[in-house]
Design a protein around this ligand. Structure first.
Ligand SMILES: *[C@@H]1O[C@H](CO)[C@@H](O)[C@H](O)[C@H]1NC(C)=O
Ligand SMILES: *[C@@H]1O[C@H](CO)[C@@H](O)[C@H](O)[C@H]1NC(C)=O
Ligand SMILES: *[C@@H]1O[C@H](CO)[C@@H](O)[C@H](O)[C@H]1NC(C)=O
Ligand SMILES: *[C@@H]1O[C@H](CO)[C@@H](O)[C@H](O)[C@H]1NC(C)=O
Ligand SMILES: *[C@@H]1O[C@H](CO)[C@@H](O)[C@H](O)[C@H]1NC(C)=O
Ligand SMILES: *[C@@H]1O[C@H](CO)[C@@H](O)[C@H](O)[C@H]1NC(C)=O
Length: 415
């Protein structure tokens, strides 16, 4: 969910504003406000640490390599001309197996292809304290491997779980990974067959830029506890907004959760959150349908998040030759008219994480009224706090895992 911050911001605001009953809401809001003051600093520190690590550890992860396809390329923040002048086959950022395969019918070329046995190549494992105050200890790759938290399973999918030891004293081990590849603009396509679900869980798949919120945050998949409907959110510097509250006007299938002001500082980190109308877009609903594909399109028209449930995935995506202009309406649309996508967003990495409790899942432990959460987690589990449940109930986290078939990052070679 976040680089720390971003996620948090997201999660907090919508959750607190919309779902909670009043006292609960007030509490969550206070939490959000409290964190907003120091959070940016904390995030910067955390994210800066990641960047330093990248620059000092590797000879083969040239984060800012000069490729012409946008990944790792420095793009002027003021505006963006899509990476047109570069050859699509020259991109080799990071250690993930780059794909140079191209399908003639699509201008979108894969510049990163994380899949199969080499899925985890090209990601950094974050192991600092969770910036969103969750009851997790993020671990390095070796620890995650030996503890069985990550693996490539017999289906060739990447699995990222949390520790299921019956009882722990404080936090459970978990995984948070960040692409070494950095991109400004592009198309991110993620295919998963399972995602973390259940009380206390707060999973996210998102992208984030430097100096939060200056580099922007795009939360593609996010939610907590038993939620079944995804929420996509952006968090930015002041000046970025949505032109309407109407789903029809915005040409999207989802629904605005709260603010049209996407500024983190002006909304207590709420940002602009949009909830999917589909109950198979998150959590147990997503898993019960065999998952699906999320795509985040970031181009001159703005930022869009698409969701395709298993069984409704466009064939051009499956073929590795995406044609976004032919897809049905996105679940979320953040048009460029009121938010320049290259001014408010730049130099993003993609991130997976699973935290437990913390600023969102913990804050809505007693909450109901969000799709999937008819009964509160406090009532379902019999634990009055999220943290106590986490510490005492390891077997409850057997569903708290990502199972990902692939993450592809594409750049448009013709625009
Ligand atoms: C993006 O990263 C590049 C390479 O480090 C850097 O030159 C550029 O200033 C960054 N852009 C912004 C807006 O920070
Ligand atoms: C930014 O890009 C848009 C669309 O390509 C163009 O119309 C506009 O003039 C550009 N703005 C600047 C400042 O380059
Ligand atoms: C909600 O979470 C609880 C605790 O993890 C779990 O037992 C229950 O099955 C979940 N409910 C649904 C509908 O998934
Ligand atoms: C919605 O779609 C219509 C028709 O394609 C287009 O004219 C309009 O600009 C779109 N609005 C937004 C906010 O994207
Ligand atoms: C991604 O890599 C896998 C494994 O190398 C390959 O089978 C697949 O065709 C690649 N996908 C694309 C779109 O290049
Ligand atoms: C949830 O309710 C319990 C009492 O049932 C209370 O002790 C606890 O503080 C509440 N938690 C939150 C996050 O409001």
């Amino acid at each position: 969910m976040l680089t720390v911050l971003p996620l948090i911001a997201l999660a907090l605001a919508p959750a607190s504003l919309v779902e909670a009953k009043s006292s609960f809401l007030t509490h969550a809001h206070k939490v959000a406000v409290k964190h907003s003051a120091g959070l940016a600093r904390d995030l910067r520190v955390a994210f800066g640490g990641v960047l330093v690590t990248q620059q000092t550890t590797s000879s083969n992860q040239n984060v800012y390599c000069v490729s012409s396809n946008g990944i790792g390329v420095s793009v002027p923040a003021s505006n963006h001309s899509s990476p047109s002048s570069s050859s699509p086959t020259s991109t080799t950022t990071g250690t993930a197996a780059p794909s140079s395969s191209s399908v003639a019918s699509s201008p979108w070329k894969a510049v990163q292809n994380y899949t199969g046995q080499t899925f985890f190549n090209g990601w950094d494992f974050y192991n600092l304290p969770d910036p969103t105050n969750g009851n997790v200890q993020y671990v390095d790759q070796g620890t995650a491997q030996s503890a069985g938290l990550i693996q490539i399973n017999s289906n060739g999918n990447a699995v990222m779980g949390v520790e299921t030891t019956p009882q722990v004293q404080s936090n459970r081990q978990s995984v948070r990974i960040t692409t070494q590849a950095i991109f400004s603009g592009g198309l991110v396509v993620m295919d998963a067959v399972h995602m973390p679900t259940g009380c206390a869980t707060w999973p996210a798949f998102w992208t984030n830029g430097p100096n939060w919120p200056a580099g922007g945050e795009i939360d593609i998949i996010e939610g907590v506890n038993n939620y079944t409907n995804n929420q996509a959110t952006i968090h930015t510097n002041p000046g970025c907004s949505l032109p309407s509250t109407s789903s029809t006007s915005l040409n999207m299938s989802g629904t605005l959760v709260a603010s049209t002001d996407c500024s983190a500082s002006e909304t207590s980190n709420q940002g602009c959150g949009i909830r999917s109308s589909l109950s198979n877009s998150f959590g147990s609903g997503f898993n019960g349908n065999g998952g699906g594909v999320y795509a985040m399109l970031w181009d001159n028209s703005g930022i869009k998040v698409f969701f395709f449930p298993r069984g409704s995935i466009p064939s051009d995506i499956s073929a590795g030759a995406p044609q976004p202009q032919g897809w049905p309406s996105p679940m979320a649309n953040f048009p460029a008219t009121d938010c320049n996508p290259y001014q408010f967003f730049n130099n993003h990495s993609a991130i997976f994480d699973t935290t437990l409790c913390g600023d969102w899942a913990g804050a809505v432990w007693n909450g109901t009224g969000v799709p999937g959460q008819d009964v509160s987690c406090a009532q379902q589990t019999g634990f009055s706090t999220c943290a106590a449940f986490v510490q005492a109930s390891g077997a409850s986290f057997s569903e708290a895992y990502w199972e990902v078939s692939s993450v592809m990052i594409y750049q448009n070679t013709t625009s």
